[in-house]
Design a protein around this ligand. Sequence first.
Ligand code: PAF
Length: 291
Amino acid sequence: MTLVIARTREELAAARDSFGTIALVPTMGALHEGHRSLIRRARGLANTVAVSIFVNPLQFGPGEDLDRYPRTFPEDLAICAEEGVGLIFAPTVETMYPENGDGGVTVSSGEMGTVVEGVTRPGHFDGVLTVVLKLFNLIRPDIAVFGEKDAQQLAMIRRMVTDLNVPVWIDGCPTVREEDGLALSSRNRYLSSAERVTALSLSLALRMGATASPDGPAKILSAARVVLEEAAETEPPLELDYVVLVDPTTFHEVGEEHVGPAVLAVAGRVGSTHLIDNMPLYLAPAPSTES
Ligand code: PAF
């Protein structure tokens, strides 16, 4: 299959109907093994895999890394070609936002967009949902595949397609990790080798939390905090934003009596790099003490 690259809405519209069913992998580029796993998963789900590559200004807050976010189009193109992608949509900011930020209509992420990651990044999820809905309307995919690494983003996109009746099936794909546990992220390339060592505390905290899962939420969180507090004292230090145990669909923190699926989520800054990670857990009911 020839790889079609559409830069404008017109090029996209002209190509769209020749592709049959489409599984979309929305990205901001700087593709890595995690994106390859999304593309491979998408390949089994539809006739054609489409990848969008767009660094979305609407989801970056003031002082965040919009200007230095890695832009690696030639390498991204090579990865898409290797992975059998049929369509790349790589629009400019003007193509995606011709209204040029002059008070255009956007998607509100509601209450769920204000908790956990939304506390330190106000407006972030409004920006994510707005661009994802625009991509869905332009590309008209049957399925879209997102990484579970951005667990709150995935939960909010599921919520958006339900609440706004968007006819796209949402599929989640497990987080891909380096051998030492670091979750793959386009932002990892900002880390110096010393910062990378500190960053390992995030995935270690999740693993330590998971080992305490038979003992309930308080013990899970305190096991994770031991690692994170130690990392806060190292050089360079981890500046912790949050560690929470939440319901996977609402992202509300779960209580001590919670039974069922939960997500242990952590975020922090190492140097100037913002990193997030999470681990899905299942909290089983406490064993009965009756004999
Ligand atoms: O996860 C990402 O890379 C972005 O948030 C997304 C979904 C492509 C929207 O810009």
